[in-house]
Design a protein around this ligand. Structure first.
Ligand SMILES: Cc1cc2nc3c(=O)[nH]c(=O)nc-3n(C[C@H](O)[C@H](O)[C@H](O)COP(=O)(O)OP(=O)(O)OC[C@H]3O[C@@H](n4cnc5c(N)ncnc54)[C@H](O)[C@@H]3O)c2cc1C
Length: 507
């Protein structure tokens, strides 16, 4: 047999044996194989991008089906007519870890390096993060000096909590709530003043319900392995980290950027991925094409029924929320549906405000409010300080974003589907007046109520994800599940998991 495969899909054969015939058939089957990606948010776009980018010829065609009129999902930027930029979803991405590095590499490949707007390590937004507790604003410790001295609201220097932790005898369970895990190891004050607001900042969720293992795996897993949080972090830090040849990654590391965005806002990235996919041979993105149903056929394909089409897919990557996927499955997979239903999301109201002049009490990233304060506000981000490049050109302005609702949405504002934007705005303005003394009328306000926006990884979440993956394996289903419902809510996690899934399919 003398058959040569070339990656452009052309097979050259100099004989006519059966083996060659079978190989050519196999090749043709691959060339016509169809992968359907459900959902055109950052997870779906990334997985489609990494699938289509590869020359490995696993799928001849990739179709992304998206229910709304736009791609990007929660990544959503408004550029106003006068040049100010408002983010309604994510606004900054971290550089840390393998997932942070992966996104910077993607940005670099997509020729967006020049558009990266970093927060530099000496900038106020990198060092000044506040919590509003007991009617006062408190700056959280950052840097060596601040951890050596007692700083309100803490009653001891930060370092004293850290020094004691390796000697804590309590065993770390296979999973615990974020609050329990930190309280047992570092004490009540760190749990209440640091981790409680952090859970609000990332998950809009309750630290007493969220899983330490699934929400903070980079802290929890090494801690459980070494029996101590501090030992785990210290030894993990010493382990070899993979280097990158990417100039942007090197620059981020050298200049110690904590977070970054893009000149035109983060939607620039999802728009760029969308454009790349739309111009790529064999790839289609079909908007306003909600997936209605999945059926598993006897010959191991999936019939994907959408609003306007029907596809027979050799593989489906689901990048829609777990609860959405649950509703698409046939009744004979109700065990899987029930597992997916367990991963619930919370709704958040995002209120973008713009004021004339500088109305902020101080520079910084913004502030969070611990849940036990029972404030109707979750936190406020000082966008104009963090990324002044996104301010309207000309005279000074302040842009800030109020986050509201989350785990407490229904208690505070009722059903998010019918919540009144005017009321939410009024509550936000009242809180800003009380907390940071802003009385000025905003020159611009945009209220968005994001229903079911942020998944909640409750204690035991990892077991649900494990059961879902085992179910898919056991039933040999040509289906993968990605997206913020499963293994990380950050944009970095979503991109990284989209890539890993695509690459797994191609090997
Ligand atoms: C307000 C807010 C602020 C955030 N801030 C940050 C931040 O600063 N930094 C950060 O890293 N992360 C942040 N996040 C988290 C991050 O933005 C999200 O976790 C991430 O964008 C989720 O992407 P995804 O593609 O998994 O899901 P989604 O964005 O939800 O995308 C899913 C897509 O599927 C589509 N869809 C749904 N049902 C169907 C169907 N039946 N058929 C076809 N399509 C369907 C939807 O329209 C959507 O486009 C924030 C999130 C929110 C909500």
């Amino acid at each position: 047999m003398s058959i040569l495969f070339s990656y452009n899909g052309v097979a050259h054969c100099s004989c006519s044996c059966l083996e060659c015939f079978q190989l050519v058939c196999l090749l043709l089957a691959k060339m016509t194989a169809l992968a359907v990606v459900l959902g055109g948010g950052i997870s779906g776009l990334s997985s489609a991008y990494y699938l289509a980018r590869s020359q490995a010829l696993r799928f001849g065609k990739v179709v992304v089906v998206e229910s709304s009129h736009r791609t990007g999902g929660w990544v959503n930027t408004t550029v106003s007519e006068d040049g100010a930029i408002f983010e309604h979803g994510p606004r900054s991405l971290r550089t840390a870890g393998a997932v942070g590095k992966n996104t910077l590499e993607l940005v670099s490949i997509k020729n967006l390096s020049e558009s990266v707007v970093p927060v530099l390590s000496h900038h106020a937004a990198a060092n000044k993060r506040f919590i509003y507790a007991r009617n006062q604003m408190h700056q959280l410790p950052s840097g060596l000096k601040s951890v050596l001295f007692t700083q309100a609201p803490f009653t001891k220097p930060f370092i004293s909590y850290i020094m004691k932790e390796p000697f804590v005898k309590t065993e770390i369970e296979e999973d615990e709530s974020v609050h329990d895990f930190i309280r047992k190891r570092l004490g009540n004050e760190i749990a209440d003043y640091v981790m409680d607001p952090l859970c609000i900042g990332i998950f809009a969720g309750d630290a007493r319900k969220l899983s330490a293992k699934s929400c903070f795996p980079a802290i929890f897993d090494p801690a459980r392995q070494r029996g101590s949080l501090i030992k785990g972090l210290f030894l993990q830090g010493k382990e070899a980290k993979s280097e990158s040849n990417c100039a942007l990654v090197k620059q981020a590391k050298k200049e110690r950027w904590p977070v970054w965005t893009l000149q035109g806002g983060l939607q620039t990235l999802t728009d760029k991925l969308t454009d790349t996919l739309m111009t790529q041979h064999g790839v289609e993105i079909i908007k306003q094409n909600q997936c209605k149903q999945l059926e598993f056929t006897d010959n191991n394909t999936i019939k994907v029924t959408t609003k306007d089409n029907c596809y027979t897919a050799d593989h489906v990557i689901s990048a829609v929320p777990a609860t959405v996927l649950s509703g698409l499955l046939p009744s004979n997979h109700n065990i899987l549906s029930k597992l997916l239903q367990e991963i619930q999301q919370v709704s958040v109201a995002v209120i973008n405000l713009e004021f004339e002049g500088n109305v902020l009490p101080t520079d910084g990233f913004g502030y969070l409010i611990p849940s036990w304060e029972k404030s109707k506000l979750l936190g406020v981000i000082y966008d104009s300080c963090t990324f002044p490049q996104h301010n309207r050109p000309g005279s000074p302005t302040t842009r800030l974003t109020c986050m509201m609702g989350g785990h407490w949405f229904e208690d505070n504002f009722g059903d998010p589907a019918i919540a009144d934007p005017e009321h939410l705005l009024a509550v936000a303005m009242e809180s800003l007046k009380e907390q940071i003394n802003i009385e000025a009328k905003p020159t611009r306000s945009i209220v968005n109520i994001h229903k079911d926006a942020i998944p909640q990884y409750r204690v035991g979440h990892f077991k649900i994800v494990d059961k879902i993956n085992k179910y898919l394996d056991h039933h040999n289903m040509p289906l993968d599940v990605i997206g913020s419902s499963f293994c990380g809510v950050s944009v970095n996690d979503c991109i990284y998991n989209g890539r890993r899934t695509a690459e797994k399919l191609l090997t």
